[in-house]
Design a protein around this ligand. Structure first.
Ligand SMILES: Cc1cc2nc3c(=O)[nH]c(=O)nc-3n(C[C@H](O)[C@H](O)[C@H](O)COP(=O)(O)OP(=O)(O)OC[C@H]3O[C@@H](n4cnc5c(N)ncnc54)[C@H](O)[C@@H]3O)c2cc1C
Length: 374
C-alpha cells in the first residue's frame, strides 16, 4: 500500500460510502475505499431498499421528500447504465390502514394540497379483500415511491470500484491513522482526509464517539411466493411485504435497540410470521416456507438526522453516516451535498452538519487517550 496517494480515503463501502465515492469522483477527486466485505456491518445488504416519501402511523411526509427522494430516484436510474445492472424499480405502496385513527389522519392529509402528489385514496374497507388483503380499516396508495434491490446494487457497486482499482478489501484500523502535514497517512497511503462511512460501527469510532448514535437492529425474511398474482405494489401495514423479481416475497422488519448484532433470532422470525395474519385473510395462499432470514443494524441517531461533515477541530477527518432506516433514500442527496461542500466550498444543510454538536478533541493513534482510540 505504501506510496499510494489519493485525495480522500473512504472507510466503508456501504450505500453511504459508495454514494460519496461516486460523487467525489464525479467532481474530479480521487478516492480509495476500504471495506471488509461487509463483515462488520451488512445493513446495506439486509435493507428493504424502499424509498418512501410518507412514513409513520401519522403519515408524515418527510421534509426531504420533495428534494432527496426524486434526487435518489434519478441517481439510481442513471447508475443502472453506469453499472450495467438492473436494480431500480418505481413501485407504488399499497398501504392498508392500521386503525380508525390513521383513517382520520389520512382524511386530513388528503385534504392538504402539499400531500396531493404523494397520497391517493381512500379505498373503503374490504376493497381488496377479494385479493386476500386484510383491509378492515380501508387502504390508500403512497405514490412517488420506489424500490432499490440492495444486494444487486451493492454487488454492482463493489465490482465497479474493484474494476476502477480503488477498492481495498481490508479492515481499516482507525488507531493506525496518523495525522501528517496537510493530511493523513494510513500505513503509507496518504490523503487529504479520511472520511468514515462505517454505518453503526462508527458509534465506536475513536474520532466520533461524541456523536449520539442510537443504532437499531432489524430483521427481514424471504418467503416462498404462493400467489403468482401478488401485485407489484409494496404492501404496507406497519410492516411491509413485497414480491421480488427473483419470484419470492421479502417482508420486514423488526426493531431492537438492545441487541446490536447481525444474528437472526427466533423471536423476530415469530414476530414477522405472525404479522402475515395481519396482512392477509389467509396467509397460506400467499406465503410459503422461509427461504432466508437476515439481520443487520441500522445506523440511527438520537435526533434522527444524519451526521455529515469534517471534524470541527481537525479537517483531516470527516464522517458521512447516521442515515438510520433511510440510507438508500437519503444518502445519494447528502453525498452530493457533502461532495460539493468538499470540492466547491458550498455550505452543508444544518440539518446534517455535525458542527451543530459539541465535540471532543482529536488524538491520532494514542492508546492512552480515550477519545483517540477504539
Ligand atoms: C432491516 C432493515 C431494513 C431497512 N430498510 C430500508 C429501506 O427500506 N430504505 C432505506 O432507505 N434504508 C433502509 N434501511 C437502512 C439502510 O440499510 C441503512 O441506512 C444503510 O445501509 C446505512 O448505510 P451505511 O453505508 O452508512 O452503513 P452500512 O450499510 O452498514 O455499511 C457500512 C460498511 O462499512 C464497513 N465498515 C465499517 N467499518 C469498517 C472498517 N473499520 N474497515 C472496513 N470496513 C468497515 C461495513 O462492513 C459495511 O460494509 C434498512 C436497514 C435494515 C437493517
Amino acid at each position: 500500500m505504501s506510496g499510494h496517494v489519493a485525495d480522500y480515503i473512504i472507510v466503508g463501502q456501504g450505500i453511504a460510502g459508495s454514494m460519496l465515492a461516486l460523487e467525489l469522483a464525479s467532481l474530479g477527486r480521487s478516492v480509495v475505499v476500504f471495506d471488509d466485505s461487509h463483515r462488520l456491518s451488512g445493513a446495506c445488504l439486509a435493507a428493504a431498499g424502499v424509498l418512501n416519501p410518507v412514513t409513520g402511523k401519522r403519515l408524515v411526509r418527510s421534509p426531504l421528500a420533495r428534494e432527496a427522494l426524486p434526487f435518489a430516484a434519478q441517481r439510481y436510474a442513471a447508475l443502472e447504465a453506469l453499472l450495467g445492472a438492473k436494480f431500480f424499480h418505481r413501485r407504488r405502496i399499497l398501504a392498508l390502514t392500521v386503525s380508525p385513527e390513521q383513517g382520520r389522519e389520512l382524511g386530513e392529509r388528503l385534504g392538504d394540497p402539499s400531500y396531493a402528489d404523494f397520497l391517493s385514496g381512500p379505498n373503503p374497507p374490504g376493497f381488496f379483500s377479494s385479493r386476500n388483503f386484510r383491509d378492515e380499516f380501508g387502504s390508500f396508495f403512497i405514490n412517488r415511491s420506489a424500490w432499490v434491490e440492495p444486494p444487486v446494487l451493492m454487488e454492482a457497486l463493489e465490482k465497479y470500484f474493484e474494476n476502477s482499482g480503488i477498492l481495498i478489501r481490508q479492515y481499516f484500523d482507525a488507531r493506525a491513522l496518523k495525522g501528517v502535514s496537510g493530511g493523513v497517512d494510513y500505513c503509507g497511503l496518504t490523503a487529504r482526509a479520511a472520511i468514515f462511512c462505517g454505518g453503526f460501527i462508527d458509534a465506536r469510532n475513536p474520532f466520533f464517539k461524541w456523536l449520539n448514535f442510537r443504532p437499531a437492529k432489524g430483521e427481514i425474511l424471504s418467503l416462498e411466493l404462493q400467489d403468482k398474482d401478488f401485485p407489484d405494489d409494496i404492501v404496507h401495514k406497519t410492516k411491509w411485504i413485497m414480491r421480488s423479481p427473483g419470484g419470492f416475497l421479502r417482508m420486514g422488519s423488526t426493531w431492537d435497540r438492545a441487541c446490536l448484532d447481525s444474528l437472526p433470532t427466533a423471536e423476530a422470525r415469530r414476530e414477522l410470521l405472525g404479522w402475515l395474519g395481519k396482512f392477509f385473510v389467509n396467509p397460506k395462499l400467499v406465503a410459503g416456507d422461509v427461504l432466508c432470514h437476515t439481520a443487520a443494524v441500522r445506523p440511527c441517531t438520537a435526533t434522527t438526522r444524519p451526521f455529515v461533515g469534517f471534524h470541527p477541530l481537525d479537517e483531516r477527518i470527516a464522517i458521512f453516516n447516521g442515515f438510520g432506516s433511510k440510507g438508500f433514500a437519503l444518502s445519494p442527496y447528502f453525498a452530493r451535498m457533502f461532495a460539493e461542500h468538499i470540492t466547491l466550498g458550498k455550505p452543508l444543510d444544518p440539518i446534517c452538519d455535525i458542527r451543530r454538536t459539541k465535540c471532543a478533541r482529536v488524538s491520532f493513534g494514542s492508546s492512552k487517550n480515550a477519545e483517540g482510540v477504539l
